[in-house]
Write a protein of this length. Structure first.
Ligand SMILES: [Mg+2]
Ligand SMILES: [Zn+2]
Length: 172
């Protein structure tokens, strides 16, 4: 059977308004910026995943339960728009935990790809931060930067730059 293509989505600042860090349960989707784009990607046959750094957990700002609740809320909101998130992972660690999963490390992408039989070379990461782009490069997927935050200095050149997820039709 042919391997599946996937889009690995960053959560905070890409799917969800990140102006209220740390994003608590009930965080607002960037509705007008994402729904059409995600639908388009899904119709093109891409499986959708979320990969998110949540060092708030190891820093004591959010509990694991609160983070899971936020993910479930995001997934439920997307589902009301017929958008299906196949699976997600988050990294609870901070830098000096030296885990394999915290972006820019590729651990979360590689784990999901293995579990769901994903063709990495024909898949994408979408994120609003340098670390997302670097994680994508480290995992061997194509990289898309969204201009949905205020970070202006990038050390990793993304393959594509889009204003927000709704512009993903330009890339896929
Ligand atoms: Mg982000
Ligand atoms: Zn980690």
């Amino acid at each position: 059977m042919e391997k599946k293509r996937a889009i690995f989505l960053d959560k905070d600042g890409t799917l969800v308004d990140s102006s209220m860090y740390p994003n608590p349960p009930g965080s607002k989707l960037l509705h007008n910026d994402i729904i059409n784009g995600l639908r388009y990607a899904q119709e093109k046959g891409f499986e959708l995943f979320i990969v998110s750094n949540q060092s708030w957990i190891s820093k004591g700002k959010l509990t694991q339960e609160e983070v899971i609740e936020t993910f479930e809320s995001v997934i439920a909101q997307l589902k009301t728009h017929d958008i299906k998130i196949t699976d997600y992972l988050f990294c609870p660690h901070k830098n000096d935990d030296y885990c394999h999963c915290k972006k820019p490390r590729p651990g979360m992408i590689l784990e999901l790809a293995k579990k769901h039989d994903i063709d990495l070379a024909n898949s994408f990461i979408v994120g609003d931060f340098d670390e997302d782009i670097e994680a994508g490069k480290n995992a061997g997927v194509k990289t898309i930067l969204t201009l949905t935050n205020t970070q202006t200095h990038y050390t990793n050149k993304p393959d594509f730059i889009i204003k927000n997820l709704n512009e993903i039709w330009r890339v896929l």
